[in-house]
Design a protein around this ligand. Structure first.
Ligand SMILES: [Fe+2]
Ligand SMILES: [Fe+2]
Length: 411
């Protein structure tokens, strides 16, 4: 196997690093690129690198599922300043590559290559690959008087230091780094110094757009994981419905002062059992200890709500009672539902991909000063009317709920 080494701080990793690795593999016939994060880079001894574990985790999560890429933590384990020659020797010893390993260096650093520690020995042991970083045209680059391969990679106007600035200012950074790294940055609040103390925190809260709520119900990584699970388990159109429900839940939670990410999570998972076979629905639904109603026996697909709550608890260890309740009663509703359950119930019925929803109902959702219960009563009434028009069965529970909600909203 032919391997190439790509070292750096990866503080944080960004799409430029991955595109570079891809270019090495696809244009120079290497089989695998080994990312080697530096503990302290000899080139940036003063740079205050983020926790090595964070940098390693971001890298590892960014290359998931790509067997052509790997991460080696030898420099992090060695600690201190790592010299390239030690890393090259170590990689050869452990990976036993075919031929010399490639060693990718940027054209900015290559200028001083001959002054690197034991550069002659590096040249003996590795094939130098010079990647474009600052010289757009090959003819502008200095002449490198040592054996090397010139990589014809694209220059991307993106660097880790630039990424750190963007993240600190929360400015257009999220899709310049792979999804895995992005969720780690959000979950661990990396690169967001709070040097100004409380005042700065307050200012940040004030300016925070609705997009930047800190996760409380679950880390972003878990929300992403659950969303992918739903995508795996339901049909593509059901998935779009789930995602749209999640977004409307999010917006309604913002509106009614609930944790929007909790709403998002509940919305995205509410139909997780929708494609499960009947037997599985019965098995899961029984776990809540409630009786099977006549209607559920007649129409087992209704059980996907109860089964969903059980599955979330059993297989995915989701413990949040409000989320579980919301999933549990999203089809028929029940009396004394909590606010999140009401929101999920409504979002499920009126999200943007439901074609039959009256425009006036959607407008109601954005009308100022309509209370949650009032909105819920209207949506519930519309839902019942809609089901009756389609001559579908409606559970007694739903009727009772409708009755109590209408009474409540008229009070
Ligand atoms: Fe459902
Ligand atoms: Fe649904």
């Amino acid at each position: 196997m032919r391997v190439a080494i790509l070292g750096g701080s990866f503080n944080p990793v960004h799409i430029g690093h991955l595109a570079l690795a891809d270019a090495v593999i696809s244009t120079l016939e290497y089989d695998r690129v080994i990312f080697v994060p530096a503990f302290i880079s000899p080139f940036k001894p003063d740079a205050d690198a983020e926790n090595p574990q964070d940098r390693l985790d971001m890298l590892v999560s960014s290359i998931a599922g790509d067997p052509r890429l790997t991460v080696d933590d030898c420099e992090l384990r060695r600690k201190g300043v790592s010299y390239t020659i030690s890393t090259v020797a170590d990689i050869i010893r452990r990976y036993c590559p075919d031929g010399k390993p490639g060693l990718v260096i940027g054209d900015d650093l290559a200028r001083d290559f001959t002054q690197w520690y034991k550069s002659d020995e590096i040249l003996e042991k590795a094939d130098i690959i010079i990647a474009r970083r600052i010289y757009r045209e090959r003819m502008d680059a200095p002449v490198f008087l040592f054996p090397h391969a010139a990589l014809d990679n694209e220059i991307m106007d993106i660097s880790s230091s630039n990424m750190r600035e963007r993240i600190a200012q929360d400015k257009n950074w999220r899709y310049l780094t792979p999804a895995g790294a992005r969720t780690i940055i959000e979950d661990r609040r990396l690169y967001k110094p709070l040097s100004g103390g409380l005042e700065e925190l307050e200012a940040m809260k004030k300016n925070a757009s609705t997009r930047s709520f800190a996760p409380t119900v679950a880390p972003f990584s878990q929300i992403v994981y659950m969303e992918n699970e739903v995508r795996r388990l339901v049909s593509p159109s059901r998935f779009l419905h789930s995602r749209n429900t999640a977004l409307l839940c999010y917006d309604l939670c913002v509106r009614y002062g609930l944790d929007p990410l909790k709403g998002y999570l509940a919305g995205v998972v509410h139909d997780i059992c929708k494609s499960f076979p009947k037997e599985e629905l019965f098995r899961l639904a029984r776990k809540d200890g409630e009786e099977m109603t006549k209607m559920e026996r007649k129409k087992p697909s209704l059980l996907h709500a109860r089964a969903g709550a059980a599955l979330l608890k059993e297989r995915y260890s989701i413990q949040d009672e409000a989320v579980l309740e919301a999933v549990h009663c999203h089809t028929t509703g029940k009396e004394n539902m909590g606010p999140l359950a009401k929101i999920v119930f409504m979002a499920d019925k009126i999200e943007v991909s439901r074609p039959e929803v009256k425009p006036s109902l959607r407008e109601l959702c954005v009308r100022p000063r309509i209370g949650l219960d009032e909105l819920f009563a209207v949506v519930l009434e519309e839902t019942v009317t809609f089901l009756m028009a389609k001559e579908q069965d409606i559970s007694e529970g739903t009727f009772r709920l409708l009755d109590s909600m209408i009474r409540k909203s008229k009070r």
